[in-house]
Design a protein around this ligand. Structure first.
Ligand code: NAG
Ligand code: NAG
Ligand code: NAG
Length: 447
């Protein structure tokens, strides 16, 4: 299926249409000209018997009047267009109709780690990530080993192109503080998304074996990810997992949840399942925007109709009126490893994955207004193809410690940018002033 076919069978979205009031204004202006010309020609006809000097004076004043009318209309049109952009400016799902900011973030103890370090916005950051190429000596190119990496060993295998500074490497304390400023993180997808969840848990818990329920002295480094030790069977999916109660994740201040869904074939269940999780958040968490991150493809026959109906439509419809509005992120598919088994190459080879990623990139803007930024709640895409192209995979599909730590840290840097941008737009809900930590205040005692 080509995107061209899809776009023309819907409405022609290749060149974005003018905002409606502007088009109407343009139309009205043409009409006004016609009426004006008709009136002017009539006047000229009445004064047909005038002297040459008189008639040229008349022409001059008529001309001036026409220009005045024209300029007046132009000013009004500009005004009208400004108002329409302010009031209507692209709402997700096409519903609603207010530019009022509905994303909300909470206070942080640490200053932003990446936001404000350069002029890189969240949109620039994602555009830059899409262009990553792995450095020739990047660690992700290393063969899988039984190596047992420590968290402190982590560094990126690439530099960010296009003017974005090097992404920050978050310590556990910084990552907890950051994630605590959101309602929580809800991740959904297949084994590749599970691996990102693993890396997030390791970072937040500051444990090399932080991705599993109990320390088995096995599940860290590449061994956590290569599936040879069955670490996935004891992997953590939920920051509220009872096995963690002796050592709550981030002192029980952050909420992280992974729902393993290889392919979302039930569009009507997509939002309710997310809301079920959300309804369990304590009130001081549910007052903040949550982050919803997902990726599907390999288990869905690479059909773009699955994310369109199974993910985008339900989520964008929900987000069009939700308060607080969630931050929405789609992760593009990673590159296939050079050792992809031959039987899968035809359906999951580089061409198929690139085509799928391109189609999603083309489709998503047609389902939501393009005038909103990710910090305002529009669904963004973080591509992972470039950062995995050339990285070593153990089975042709999955990557190990290095790549998954990179993905997790890129997500944290992205959240750091979203936090800064949302605050800059006036979206900071800071309860610390009313409810200082460690001090009793009856207003906050229920939280
Ligand atoms: C939240 O409010 C407290 C108390 O006024 C202040 O110290 C803190 O800097 C604020 N946090 C942010 C992120 O602005
Ligand atoms: C963490 O917080 C939640 C909600 O406030 C609570 O239900 C749960 O018991 C807490 N867990 C621990 C380990 O304190
Ligand atoms: C939220 O409420 C929990 C208790 O349920 C409390 O431990 C935590 O400090 C609160 N967080 C903030 C940011 O106020």
């Amino acid at each position: 299926m080509s995107y061209e076919m899809l776009s023309t069978s819907e409405t022609d979205r290749d060149s974005p249409p003018l905002p409606l009031p502007l088009r109407q204004g343009h139309h009205r202006r043409t009409q006004l000209w016609n009426v004006g010309t008709f009136v002017l020609v009539g006047i000229v006809a009445v004064f047909a018997g005038m002297t040459h000097a008189d008639s040229s004076r008349l022409w001059d004043s008529l001309h001036a009047e026409r220009e005045r009318i024209d300029n007046l209309r132009a000013d009004q049109l500009v005004q009208e267009a400004k108002l329409s952009v302010a009031a209507g400016g692209g709402t997700a799902g096409g519903a609603g109709g207010s530019s009022m900011l509905r994303t909300v973030v909470g206070g942080r103890s640490f200053a932003p780690q990446y936001y404000g370090q350069g002029t890189c916005s969240s949109a620039d950051f994602l555009a830059s990530i899409a262009k990553i190429t792995v450095n020739p000596d990047g660690s992700s190119r290393n063969l899988p080993t039984d190596n047992t990496y420590e968290l402190a060993d982590f560094d990126y295998s690439f530099d960010l192109p296009a003017g974005c500074p090097k992404p920050h490497v978050f310590t556990s304390a910084e990552a907890c503080d950051l994630v605590d400023a959101f309602g929580g993180i809800f991740l959904r997808g297949d084994s590749l998304m599970r691996h990102i969840t693993n890396a997030l848990f390791m970072t937040l818990r500051n444990r090399r074996d932080g991705a599993v329920q109990q320390d088995q002295d096995v599940c860290f480094g590449d061994r956590m990810f290569d599936d040879q030790k069955d670490c996935r069977k004891i992997a953590l999916y939920d920051s509220q997992d009872k096995t963690l109660f002796a050592e709550p994740v981030c002192s029980n201040k952050t909420w992280l949840y992974f729902e393993q869904t290889p392919c979302p074939v039930e569009p009507s269940a997509y939002v309710p399942k997310f809301l079920d999780w959300r309804s369990q958040l304590p009130t001081n968490k549910s007052s903040l925007s949550t982050v919803v991150i997902q990726s599907f493809g390999l288990h869905c026959h690479m059909l773009t109709s699955i994310p369109i109906f199974g993910v985008f439509k339900p989520l964008l419809t929900h987000a069009a009126s939700a308060f607080p509005r969630p931050f929405l992120l789609w992760l593009g598919l990673s590159a296939p490893g050079s050792n992809k088994p031959v039987e899968y190459l035809k359906t999951q080879g580089a061409n198929q994955i690139t085509k799928y990623n391109e189609e999603i990139r083309a489709i998503l803007p047609t389902l939501q207004g393009e005038s909103e930024t990710p910090a305002q709640g529009s669904m963004a895409i973080m591509e992972t193809y470039g950062m995995t192209d050339g990285a070593k995979s153990f089975d042709g599909t999955h990557y190990m410690w290095q790549v998954n730590m990179e993905k997790a840290h890129l997500i944290l840097n992205y959240l750091d940018l979203l936090w800064g941008e949302t605050r800059a737009l006036g979206g900071l809900w800071n309860l610390t002033e009313l409810c200082p930590p460690g001090k009793f205040s009856y207003q906050c005692s229920q939280q």
